[in-house]
Design a protein around this ligand. Structure first.
Ligand code: UD1
Length: 378
């Protein structure tokens, strides 16, 4: 069997790493008859050292066979460029399957190309729905799931969403969460590595990430969030590895005032919002795993904090990952500054949510995916 694995942007890399490892493990166990040949395609949606290369290194992902180098641009431009360039790869490789992960523009673009060429597509992390069609990722999820052939889900509510949208139950497989496969593996490796320690682990601090257009491209919303973070940071120093989009918008709006660059050589900061450039997987994991509190608009971090039992406040009005609220440590606070401060102080007083790890987030999801693919009749 031949399969093309597609990645495009930062949150894809931690999802593909365990799948590559599981394919290699499968091939070691099935050296002759049933081996799986994979061809790794990076679309180049994220392209620089901090958003791409350091992740491949940290997560031991092999060098991609192809880099489509699409780069940044409008959604239409990015999607169209992936489609044009990916079509040529599919024509040349003639795979049995294309495997896509997550919900970025590259996910949807590669799916459209493959389906139209008559190539089977499987989607890892299918069925998540925020119900918010102003989110570009929600459109990517809806389109991908509507046309892909085999849908691998991380939680039971995702199965339910897919069934409600008319996906035949036989095309849905609840396999667990590949991102947690990566988290477990890298946590174990961290003991033997020397990741950057930005703040001493015995000193309380919080971690912030923020990059959604709805939060940082709107002056009023962004200003409200920063005001709330400044208030929280009077009680708990905040470290903020800042996404390029967010840095650009903060500069444009003139919001740099409360944001100071973190100085790792200085005495531990007492208050304030301390910026760093985006961090690689290991350095970031080493930072957030010791945090008292995480405030984020990321998708993946809602799940990762639930897996490690760290209180997480999600600065959005909705989430496509409700299991992290029903079962985990996540609280949806929205973007109202007062609510953000209230919930943050509540968590700091030790009244944050306790949670449990959701079903099948056990570090073995990628193995289940590869086994399901190997069994699927071609
Ligand atoms: C993309 C994904 C989003 C994901 C996020 C994680 C879509 C629709 N969005 O959003 O779901 O949560 O990645 O990071 O696919 N830039 C760099 N270096 C890079 C890449 C981008 O500096 O390697 C800068 C560029 O100025 C670019 C901006 O960041 O314009 C935004 O990048 P883009 O890929 O358009 O979207 P993200 O906001 O990163």
């Amino acid at each position: 069997m031949k399969i093309i694995l597609v990645v495009g942007a930062r949150p894809n890399f931690m999802k593909i790493a365990p799948i590559v490892a599981a394919i290699e493990a499968w091939n070691a166990d099935n050296p002759t008859t049933d081996s799986i040949a994979y061809h790794l395609v990076h679309t180049g949606q994220h392209y620089d050292e901090k958003m791409y290369r350091s992740f491949f290194r940290d997560l031991e992902i092999p060098h991609p066979h192809v880099d489509l180098e699409v780069g940044s641009g409008s959604h239409t431009h990015q999607t169209a460029q992936v489609m044009l360039r990916f079509e040529a790869v599919c024509a040349e490789q003639q795979p049995d399957w294309v495997l896509v992960v997550g919900d970025v523009n590259s996910t949807m673009a590669a799916t459209l190309v493959a389906v139209k060429m008559g190539i089977r597509v499987c989607h890892v992390e299918a069925g998540l729905r925020s119900g918010d069609r102003t989110m570009p990722e929600e459109i990517n999820r809806l389109v991908t799931d509507a046309i892909a052939d085999l849908l691998f889900t991380t939680s039971r509510d995702a199965d339910e969403n897919l069934r409600r949208e008319g996906v035949p139950p036989g095309n849905i497989r609840f396999v667990g969460n590949v991102m947690i496969d990566t988290l477990r593996r890298q946590l174990a490796r961290l003991e033997n590595l020397s990741p950057v320690t930005l703040l001493p682990a015995d000193r309380p601090y919080g971690v912030v990430t923020l990059h959604r257009p709805s939060n940082v491209d709107d002056r009023r919303v962004f200003s409200g969030i920063l005001g709330a973070l400044a208030e929280v940071s009077r009680h708990l120093p905040l470290v903020f590895p800042i996404h390029p989009r967010t840095r650009k918008m903060a500069g444009q709006f003139g919001f740099d005032g409360p944001l100071v660059d973190l100085d790792p050589t200085a005495a531990p900061p007492v208050a304030g919002i301390h910026l760093t450039d985006p961090l690689g997987y290991h350095d970031f994991l080493n930072l957030w795993r010791h945090a008292k509190l995480v405030l984020t608009d990321s998708g993946g971090l809602q799940e990762e904090t639930t897996a490690l039992g760290i209180p997480c406040l999600t600065l959005r009005e909705n989430t496509e990952r409700p299991v992290t609220i029903w079962e985990g440590t996540n609280t949806l606070v929205g973007v109202d500054p007062e609510a953000i401060v209230r919930e943050a102080l509540c968590a700091l007083e030790g009244r944050g949510k306790a949670g449990r790890v959701p079903e099948l987030w056990d570090g073995k999801a990628a193995g289940r995916i590869v086994a399901a693919l190997a069994e699927f009749p071609l």
